[in-house]
Design a protein around this ligand. Structure first.
Ligand code: CP
Length: 309
C-alpha cells in the first residue's frame, strides 16, 4: 500500500506530481456536478483524534468529489473514550475493508504505526508536532499558483515553530523545492539546532520579513505546552504579530498565508488577515484539490514513491 506519512519521505518530483495532479483536479470543484468517478467503489475512513475544521471537511469533500464512500469518526464519539487502543481501533476498522484511512492524532508517529501494522493506505492528517503533509502541499500549491514558481522565493514562517507540524512539513517541502526559509519566533518557541533543517532562524520578526516573498503566520499551539511559559496575547502580538506596518518590510506583492485557525489580534491583525495580500481562503480552496490528488495517488493513480513507515 502507498501512504502519505510526511513530506520528509517525498522527493521534489513527488511534490511536483502531487501539485500537478491537484491542479488538474481543482476544476472539478467549480463544476455544477462536482464529481468525477475516479475512486468509485473505494472506502475512505477519516478518523480524527484531535479537533479540525479545514482538514477534516476537505478530506471528506475530496473523497466525495472522487465518488469514494467516505465516513468520519471523531475520537470523542468513538470507543476510544472507553479505553480502546489505537491498534485495536485500527484492526477493527480494517475488518471492514477500508481502502484508505486518513488520520489526525496527537502523537507524533501514530500514522506510521498504523501503516506498519494494517492493510490499508494511511494518509497523515497531522500527527502531534511532527508533520501535516497535506497542509504543506496546499501551501505550496497556493504559492506556485500565485508566484508561478517556488524555487528562489524567500518564505518567512513566524510564530510557534517548535510545536508546529505545519512549519515542519513546510520547511521540508519548501527546501526540497528550492526556496529559502526564514523562521522567526520567541526563543522558547524556536526549533532546536537539529530541527532547523536548513532554515535561517531569528528571534527578530522584522529580520525575517525583510524582502520576503511569502509570509506565513502561525498561531501559538497552546494545547502543546505549559501555560506558564506563554507570553500574554498583547505582548506576543507586539513582537510577533503581523500588522499593516511590519508587512511593509516584505515585498510589496508578498503573499500573506495562515493555515488556520487564526487568532485575530494575536499573530495576525484583522486588517492583514482580510487585506489585499492575503491568500488564506485560496489555501483552503486548494486544500480540497490537494487532498483529491493525495487520495487518487495513494490509490495507485500514478507513480508516487512508496512511503515506508
Ligand atoms: N490547517 C488546519 O489543519 O486546520 P484544521 O485544524 O481546522 O484542520
Amino acid at each position: 500500500h502507498k501512504h502519505i506519512l510526511g513530506i520528509e519521505q517525498l522527493s521534489a518530483d513527488d511534490i511536483t506530481l502531487i501539485l500537478d495532479t491537484a491542479e488538474s483536479f481543482k476544476e472539478v470543484s467549480t463544476r455544477e456536478i462536482k464529481k468525477v468517478p475516479t475512486l468509485r467503489g473505494k472506502t475512505i475512513i477519516n478518523i480524527f483524534f484531535e479537533a479540525s475544521t479545514r482538514t477534516r471537511a476537505s478530506f471528506e469533500i475530496a473523497g466525495k468529489r472522487l465518488s469514494a464512500d467516505t465516513m468520519n469518526i471523531s475520537a470523542s464519539t468513538s470507543a476510544v473514550v472507553k479505553g480502546e487502543t489505537l491498534e485495536d481501533t485500527a484492526k477493527n476498522l480494517e475488518a471492514m475493508h477500508p481502502d484508505i484511512i486518513v488520520m489526525r492524532h496527537g502523537h507524533s508517529g501514530a500514522p506510521h504505526y498504523l501503516a506498519e501494522r494494517c492493510g490499508f493506505s494511511v494518509v497523515n492528517a497531522g500527527d502531534g508536532a511532527h508533520e501535516h503533509p497535506s497542509q504543506a502541499l496546499l501551501d505550496l500549491m497556493t504559492i506556485r499558483e500565485k508566484k508561478g514558481t517556488i524555487e528562489g522565493l524567500v518564505v518567512a514562517i513566524v510564530g510557534d515553530i517548535a510545536h508546529s507540524r505545519v512549519a515542519r512539513s513546510n520547511i521540508y517541502a519548501l527546501k526540497k523545492m528550492g526556496a529559502t526559509v526564514r523562521l522567526a519566533g520567541p526563543g522558547t518557541l524556536l526549533p532546536t539546532e537539529i530541527e532547523r533543517m536548513g532554515a535561517e532562524v531569528t528571534t527578530d520578526m522584522n529580520t525575517a520579513l525583510d524582502g520576503a516573498d511569502v509570509v506565513m503566520m502561525l498561531r501559538i499551539q497552546q494545547e502543546r505546552q505549559g501555560k506558564a511559559l506563554l507570553p500574554s496575547n498583547r505582548e506576543y502580538s507586539r513582537f510577533y504579530g503581523l500588522n499593516p506596518e511590519n508587512l511593509k518590510l516584505a515585498k510589496a506583492d508578498a503573499l500573506v498565508m495562515h493555515p488556520g485557525p487564526m487568532n485575530r489580534g494575536v499573530e495576525i491583525s484583522s486588517a492583514v488577515a482580510d487585506g489585499a495580500q492575503n491568500v488564506i481562503l485560496d489555501q483552503v480552496e486548494n486544500g480540497v484539490a490537494v487532498r483529491m490528488a493525495l487520495l487518487y495517488l495513494v490509490s495507485g493513480g500514478e507513480q508516487l514513491a512508496e512511503q515506508s513507515a
